[in-house]
Design a protein around this ligand. Structure first.
Ligand SMILES: [Zn+2]
Length: 486
């Protein structure tokens, strides 16, 4: 029998044609965002990608055209000309600061692309039910991390005794009392701890140790009785508002510390709120006017080596000089708040914005902005947080101002995005799950109409927010915002 090679070659040829035409893989997914430019802190800008989402995860990120959604399994969203970033964090919020605002906060965060928040101070009875609400409905609310109340000393700053000081601090008279109280917080499953300014060094160290023993980060304000290096060396994981760093970076930091200790002792029977205020008043301006670059370098070296992170909250620390709340778009954002708040904030903020900038406020703001560059050069970790809803900071909306201020202070737009995405994820040990746009990560994402790397303010050009895999397109987000205006 003569073996004919011809049919064999033809079939090989057909197979080659078949496979070369069929390199487009298909996968099942709930939806795919096609031909979108993807931005995350690890890879920067990656052009023309397809991002497949299934359930609450990013199933796959591929080059556009290489992988298609299996027909009939899910929908295709055209991402052409748009930019996909990870969901944003506001790493410094107070969900229960004002009971009138509390019910609006989750909606506002979602509408402005904030898919995770870190609550840095609230009473347990108030703040834990909010976290519970969020956990029950992860598609429509941000992820919530809770510190519980401020662990303060005695006297206590926020003891609720006056109009300006809500009751969010719990005074700990000694290490034993603090230890027992922190046990209660841990029992109730807080996500981190927050130490405050009136703590003695001994009680502060006890709280740090408790945090370490239980795998909880301890954040806070550096106690007035301590130097920043001392607090960092003790194991404090992060510091809010760069609070009290100005004292530590002053050329006469030692003398200032001695004086503070004396003022704390002499004022031990005064109200905590005023005692702290008077100490700040006595030292802040002097400290900022007498900064030492050598001392600052030493302080920042410790913060970097000890991995003591900073949450500068520029929206609060520079607000009295930046006066962004007087801007028309800022005033416009008040319309999503309850009527009484809207009126109160509009009146007070415009009055404030119309006044000439006080030189002290300018000094404070300039120092905070300058510190961003110093932190960056010293390789100190930074997270983006605002302090919303304190001081006219509209929830969600204000996070975008924080990003812009971080860039004004010296971060690149990508570094600002990092401070609001990968950094907070890493802070909570969630870096394998959250903060990047990669296969297998949780699907918390924001689709933008404009490139935030060209102008960080484009972080607010929100087209769609994805939370735990659920798509909230512009129409849905507008509906959400409208529901707040009824
Ligand atoms: Zn705060």
């Amino acid at each position: 029998m003569i073996f004919s090679l011809k049919p064999f070659l033809v079939s090989i040829g057909l197979m080659i044609i078949f496979f070369s035409c069929n390199t487009t893989q298909t996968i099942e997914a709930d939806y795919v965002i096609e031909n979108v430019d993807v931005i995350d802190a690890n890879s920067g800008l990656q052009k023309s990608k397809s991002v497949f989402i299934q359930n609450n995860r990013i199933k796959k990120v591929s080059n556009f055209g290489e992988v298609k959604i299996k027909s009939g399994t899910g929908k295709v969203i055209d991402g052409s000309g748009k930019f996909l970033i990870p969901g944003l964090w506001d790493a410094h919020v107070h969900l229960t600061f004002d009971p009138l605002i509390t019910p609006t906060m989750f909606k506002l965060f979602l509408a402005f692309g904030v898919t995770s928040v870190r609550d840095t101070g609230g009473l347990m009875d108030l703040v834990m039910p909010e976290r519970e609400k969020a956990r029950r409905d992860p598609e429509n609310t941000p992820r919530v991390m809770v510190a519980g109340p401020l662990l303060d000393g005695v006297p206590t700053v926020y003891d609720g005794s006056g109009q300006n000081n809500p009751h969010i601090g719990m005074g700990q008279a000694n290490p034993e009392e603090a230890s027992a109280y922190v046990d209660q917080l841990i029992e109730k499953d807080v996500d981190l701890l927050k130490a405050y300014e009136m703590l003695t060094p001994e009680t502060f160290r006890t709280i740090i140790q408790k945090g370490k023993d239980n795998g909880l980060q301890v954040t806070g304000h550096v106690p007035l009785s301590m130097d920043v290096i001392e607090a960092s060396n003790a194991g404090m994981n992060s510091m809010e508002h760069l609070r009290n760093l100005e004292f530590a970076c002053s050329e006469d930091w030692e003398k200032l510390l001695e004086t503070r200790k004396k003022l704390l002792f002499d004022g031990k029977d005064e109200a905590g709120y005023y005692l702290r205020k008077n100490i700040h008043k006595a030292q802040r301006q002097h400290a900022i006017e007498n900064q030492s670059s050598e001392r600052r370098a030493l302080v920042l070296k410790h913060l970097s080596e000890n991995e003591t992170w900073q949450i500068p909250t520029l929206t609060i620390t520079t607000s009295s000089a930046e006066l962004f709340y007087g801007r028309p778009d800022w005033q416009e954002s008040f319309k999503y708040l309850p009527d009484t708040i809207q009126k109160k904030w509009a009146g007070a903020s415009m009055e404030r914005a119309a006044q000439p900038i006080d030189s002290y406020n300018q000094l404070i703001a300039d120092w905070h902005l300058e510190m961003i560059n110093h932190l960056k050069k010293a390789d100190v970790d930074i997270m983006a947080g605002t302090d919303t809803p304190i001081y006219f900071l509209t929830p969600g909306f204000s996070l975008h101002e924080e990003l812009a201020l971080l860039v004004k202070g010296g971060l690149s737009p990508l570094e600002a995005i990092e401070a609001a995405t990968t950094k907070p994820a890493e802070y909570f040990g969630l870096e394998k799950e959250l903060g990047l746009i990669q296969d297998g990560m949780l699907a918390d994402l924001v689709l933008l109409n404009k490139n935030p790397l060209e102008d960080i303010r484009n972080s607010n050009s929100i087209n769609t927010v994805i939370r735990n895999g659920k798509l909230h397109d512009r129409a849905a987000l507008d509906q959400l915002l409208e529901s707040l205006m009824k």
